[in-house]
Design a protein around this ligand. Structure first.
Ligand SMILES: C[S@@+](CC[C@H](N)C(=O)[O-])C[C@H]1O[C@@H](n2cnc3c(N)ncnc32)[C@H](O)[C@@H]1O
Length: 278
């Protein structure tokens, strides 16, 4: 019983703490400017702002673009924003959890200083089938996550899938002192741009993730050994030829184009009962 109470107290403390929703508000003018410049906004753009806070980005954005859709979960912030945005016809405020709100159906950009704790959920939403109209964005991410998403190679199947459709680029480091209250780690601005020629449809995402997870379970293994488990010998020969991959090449060194080619050969020629499942 005592142990249960202690656990209960700990949970309450976390939930009621000042930063359970990642409320680290930007106050540094240069970072605010850099974030907005990173996304190359046009006056006709629609911008989705995730976690608008007190509006430090919302109002400058509304001066640059046609429409700002500002999503904020905290009722107190929304109240402040509503008062401030009364005479701003370009700003649409939505109170709610970004994870549960439908994304725009028409092309849109994202500019946001997001709550770090839900970074993956936000990116999953933007880069999945629901985010079909997401074009480009500038996001402030926790520095470690920013490095992970932008490093040249990855063995994370989900990140590989995102990279089939989007390019990630590390822009500027943002010291924790640029936020109030400061988070426990520094941050960085990351630019995300949809590829002109996507390598895969987001609708195929889950199948690709299962395919890549299967292959990356032994990243140092030669591709011929790995993919023997999926393709017949004839199919394997054709798949490697189509993808221009040497039989002895390690899975870890496959390029995005080679991943896409091997995956599409599987979809086209291999019976679904041999496809890896999640
Ligand atoms: C890092 S702060 C950024 C605030 C403001 N944009 C700024 O830069 O000062 C993140 C904001 O996201 C809000 N937030 C947290 N979780 C959210 C969620 N699931 N959906 C929408 N907003 C959320 C927080 O209340 C907070 O205002």
């Amino acid at each position: 019983m005592r142990r249960q109470n202690k656990k209960h107290r700990t949970i309450r403390k976390c939930i009621s703490g000042p930063n359970f929703t990642g409320q680290h508000l930007l106050h540094h003018p240069q970072t605010i400017r850099q974030l907005m410049e990173t996304v190359l906004l046009r006056s006709t753009d629609t911008v989705l702002e995730i976690g608008a806070g007190k509006g430090v980005l919302t109002f400058p954005l509304a001066e640059k673009v046609d429409r700002v859709i500002a999503v904020e979960m905290d009722a107190n912030f929304v109240k402040t924003l509503r008062e401030k945005a009364e005479n701003h016809p370009k700003i649409k405020l939505i109170q709610g959890d970004i994870r549960e709100i439908g994304l725009p159906a028409k092309p849109f950009c994202v500019v946001a200083n997001i709550p770090f704790s839900i970074t993956t959920a936000i990116l999953e939403k933007l880069m999945g089938a629901e985010g079909h109209a997401f074009q480009r964005g500038a996001l402030i991410l926790e520095k470690g996550a920013a490095r992970r998403f932008t490093k040249s190679s990855t063995m994370d199947p989900r990140l590989l899938m995102w990279r089939m459709n989007f390019q990630f680029e590390m822009r500027t480091m943002v010291p924790r002192t640029h936020f109030a209250p400061p988070p426990s780690v520094d941050a960085a601005i990351v630019r995300i741009v949809r590829r002109d020629h996507p390598l895969m449809s987001a609708k195929e995402g889950n199948k690709f993730i299962a395919f890549a997870a299967y292959a990356l379970s032994e990243p140092k293994q030669p591709v011929a050994d790995t993919f023997r488990g999926i393709f017949t010998p004839v199919q394997l020969k054709m798949a490697l030829k189509n993808a221009k991959v040497d039989r002895e090449q390690a899975v870890a060194f496959l390029s995005l184009e080679q991943w896409a080619s091997l995956f599409h050969t599987m979809l086209q020629y291999v019976t679904p009962n041999r496809w890896p499942r999640k």
